[in-house]
Each structure stands twice: as structure tokens, then as C-alpha cells.
Design a protein around this ligand. Structure first.
Ligand code: SAM
Length: 245
């Protein structure tokens, strides 16, 4: 494949903005951390544990913000490079949000298509189809990006219609295990035989996904994808849809 164009071409007016994942979580970490530090400064009983807890919570908020604003973008650049895209693939991103993964993929698909599906819940600040398309335009890839309002447990796409299916921090939002399994089954249904599945989700979930699919490999994506600390680290599930024998 030819060289991947820059994430933000000089010709574009504004940088894409991908928002904050589950924005209530870092706010909670920061508020609880600040409260503990203030209580310690006011010499409440148990000052030292309070100060320690406050520092840890504030550090969690900082790590979380780094992951959602920068870390995950860098990691998906690396993972999409590793995926060995040829540039003509049709790729579907489940729970695309404001397009962090969708647009990074589209930059690698000059002759392909990057399709996003989302229900635009509050799991990412300000997510909307218009904003995702505006981000695609800012990144110079609007010609090959489309977005659909769709539930990933019932996708409006035919069988075997994509070469690659990605999903980043989205499937775990489905509350029931049955619903998450339906999303995985849908991802496989729309993937062509021999196509690639790449799913990034918290590690306890990713382990269950592999058990449901019956195949696939798991790899931790490292500290750059920690939503606070290692206990909220993200694992990548990679699988290839089997060809009928
Ligand atoms: C944390 S955001 C991640 C967005 C994007 N993948 C990223 O990494 O920046 C999770 C996204 O999943 C979407 N989502 C949650 N449940 C969904 C469902 N059942 N079907 C489609 N999208 C869903 C939310 O609306 C949200 O945009």
C-alpha cells in the first residue's frame, strides 16, 4: 500500500476532534481525587491515606484523559498499519462514535470505503453523525466515509459485505451477554469469509468474546490504552472469518 496520508492534512481547516469517551468517568475520578486532597489539606483524620487516595484518583483522571485524547489514536494507527490493508477494502466500524478509528482506517483506503455504525448514545461526548462526517471532511477522507444510525446487534448490511470489521470500546456498552454475543455474531455475518475482525474492549470482556467465537487471539494494547489504570486496560481481539470447507 502507498504511504498513509497525514491524519490532519495542511489543506484542511480544522483538526478532527474525537471527544472524550464516557466523559462522566474522568470527571468522577477528578472530583473524588480533589475532594480527598482537600480533606487531607484541611487536616481531616486519616490525612495520609486521604492524600494518597486523592493523588491516585487524580492520576487516574489524567491517564484516562491521555488515553481518550491521544493514546487510543496512536494505538489504532499502529494496529491499522499492522492489519496490512491493501487500500481497496470495505471496512465497517461498529460503534464508530466521532470517527477516531473509522477515519484512521479511511486514510488507508484510497480506493475503498469506511462505513461507521452507531446509535449515538452518551458514551462519547458530543457524538453525532454530522460531527463524524465533519471530522472525515477535516481529515480529507469524506469521499470514502459513510455513517449509519444502526444498532450493532441488528446490522442493516447484507451477509459477507465487508473485508474488515473493527470496533473500539463499543461492544461492552451492550448490557446483556446475549446482546454482546448478538453483536459478535452480526460482525461475523457481515464479514466476508477470510475477512478480519479487530475488536478492542476491556480485557475481561475480550476474553469472553473469544470464548463465544471459538477462535481468535488476544493481545493487551498496553498503558497507552488504560482508562485510568491497568484494571481498565484494553485488549485487542483479532480473528479471521473461517472460509466454508
Ligand atoms: C466509547 S465510544 C467509542 C467510539 C469510537 N469507537 C472510539 O473509539 O472513539 C462507544 C460508542 O459506541 C456506541 N454504541 C453503544 N452501544 C451501541 C449499539 N448497540 N450499537 C451501535 N453503537 C453503539 C456509542 O454511541 C458510542 O459512540
Amino acid at each position: 500500500m502507498s504511504e498513509v496520508p497525514k491524519a490532519f492534512p495542511e489543506s484542511a481547516g480544522q483538526r478532527p476532534r474525537y471527544g472524550v469517551d464516557a466523559p462522566g468517568v474522568p470527571v468522577l475520578f477528578a472530583a473524588a481525587g480533589a475532594a480527598c486532597c482537600l480533606a487531607a489539606a484541611a487536616r481531616w483524620p486519616g490525612r495520609i491515606p486521604l492524600a494518597a487516595a486523592g493523588t491516585i484518583l487524580l492520576a487516574n483522571a489524567a491517564v484516562y484523559l491521555h488515553t481518550t485524547l491521544r493514546g487510543k489514536l496512536r494505538i489504532w494507527e499502529r494496529e491499522l498499519d499492522r492489519a496490512g490493508l491493501q487500500g481497496h477494502e470495505h471496512l465497517l466500524d461498529l460503534g464508530c462514535g466521532r470517527g477516531a478509528v473509522l477515519i484512521a482506517a479511511a486514510r488507508r483506503l484510497p480506493a475503498g470505503r469506511a462505513v461507521g455504525a452507531d446509535l449515538w448514545t452518551r458514551d462519547q461526548s458530543g457524538n453525532s453523525p454530522d460531527l463524524t462526517l465533519a471530522n472525515a471532511a477535516r481529515a480529507g477522507v469524506a469521499d470514502r466515509v459513510e455513517v449509519h444510525t444502526a444498532d450493532m446487534t441488528a446490522l442493516p448490511f447484507p451477509d459477507d459485505s465487508f473485508d474488515v470489521v473493527t470496533s473500539a470500546m463499543a461492544i461492552h456498552n451492550i448490557r446483556s451477554p446475549e446482546g454482546r454475543h448478538r453483536a459478535l455474531d452480526e460482525a461475523l455475518r457481515v464479514l466476508r469469509p477470510g475477512g478480519k475482525l479487530l475488536i478492542a474492549d476491556p480485557w475481561p470482556m475480550a476474553r469472553k468474546y473469544v470464548a463465544h467465537l471459538g477462535h481468535g487471539t488476544l493481545r493487551s494494547l498496553g498503558p497507552g490504552y488504560w482508562y485510568g489504570g491497568p484494571w481498565l486496560g484494553v485488549t485487542l481481539l483479532s480473528a479471521v472469518k473461517e472460509r466454508p470447507s
